[in-house]
Design a binder for this molecule. Sequence first.
Ligand code: 3UK
Length: 543
Amino acid sequence: MNYTAHIDRFAADNLPPRDQWPEMFCELPELRYPSRLNCAVELLDKTVAAGLGDKPVILAPGMVWTYAQLLDRANRIARVLTEDMGLKPGNRVLLRGPNHPMMAACWFGVVKAGGIAVATMPLLRAKELTDIVTKAEISHALCDRRLDAELRLAQERCPTLKSVAWFNDEGAQALETRMARKVEGFGNVDTALEDVALIAFTSGTTGVPKGTMHFHRDVMAICDCFPRSTLRPRPDDVFCGTPPLAFTFGLGGLLLFPMRFGAATVLMEKLTPETLLQTIQDYKATVCFTAPTFYRAMAALAPKFHIAGLRKSVSAGEALPAPIRSLWKQTTGIEIIDGIGSTELLHIFISAREEDSRPGATGKPIPGYKARVVDEAGNPVPPGNIGKLAVKGPTGCRYLADPRQKNYVQNGWNLTGDAYLMDTDGYFVYQARTDDMIISAGYNIAGPEVESALLQHPQVAECAVVGATDEERGQVVKAFVVLREGAAGNERMVKELQDFVKSRIAPYKYPRRVEFIAALPRTETGKVQRFRLREQTSIKGES
Ligand code: 3UK
């Protein structure tokens, strides 16, 4: 058996069988890591050892932590976990809290101690927390006191969860109080390259959540792929943005990437387009990570703020419509870096540098990854044809004990569930989630293309397009539209929007049905829940 630092073998024992793994390769020289690797030590201890101890790393309202201070806090948390709470290498530790410096310190404390970090979204309720704790046999939790209620409920139903400590708390039992009693320093656990460092649960829309397992090597690989080749941050950068640290988009973009480059990050608990702009202004942020709809909303408000220091904008989570890209560029002069990533692949795998970006396309596989578009049988389709996106690279999908492994990984390729086409120049163009392709009277229609057209209408704030069942055509294109304030959602507007779409894309794609709604249903990671809109459509029996 290979070397492992894990005494608790649960994670390794619950990896899928090797023949169901995607092919994983680290061909780039910067991805050749030593066989013993602790990603927390690489990102934190080594940065301090390299002389950056006094440099600020985490900024938050009323707080500035240097790298040395973050290291000290992480070490003390590691001591509380191992000396007081009985943590053994390989145990799973649930983390629950909003984006906050303590959430970051806890993540590093767990990983330094050889634990497996299972960060969870703040909005999860007892039922979802129970599912996660049960599935990952979680033994310990570090939780923000302000979010205690749902975890306490879950704990009653979770016999494996034996030890919980609360942070952002006071009193003898508070994590901060226990940390203060510890001596400095910590003997880091010497984990193996292929020991599991984190389990990220997918923001899946239905069914039992899937736990994706990632090794210490995978954490380093995402830091050395997208940021190094595409984002190209500098040590004087200040990162900011919206994704939760419990979402791997946020974990990478707002914590791991800045630290890999000796930069700083602003952690804010709750952001609106307005307060994100205020944050960029107040903290002189230079790099922003958020979702397309935030860029759209921020573009309208940006002239009221001083954000000239911003130099990079990353968009992921959902397709970036070309009109939003050009709006952001007109407003700020910044070309958005769009990137598709997934929880299964940990972070972004197709993207483009600013100067290589193409409106409407996501980009090309980033160095280290390969991608292609395949048919039902898994064979590549010629350029210009729509098929399923297949990806492989240094990271990949390994679900925790889940039969759905066989859906995501086939013939060594990760199938992300997205319909894509590759153009003749090798650019990958997003169409829709495979399940969201609309088939109307025999035509394939990608909802996002219709959305892009609608978004160009001055009165449209947001929209989502789904297939509605129709006796005659099988499905028809239906648009849910959120209008800008003051615009009237009446019959005239329906007709106007329909004509508007017909004048911009092939007329057969126009939305035969239009419904005005106050807001789009979204997940906590910012994705439109199209399945809810489809449900709504069928429940109402159609109008
Ligand atoms: C969709 C995109 C078009 C796509 C994520 C960056 O979103 C992330 O992870 P999830 O597991 O969802 C994955 C799915 O989301 N998607 C994401 N980005 C794009 N579609 N263009 C994009 N730029 O359907 C994908 O399969 O929640 C994103 C980094 C880490 C992540 N976990």
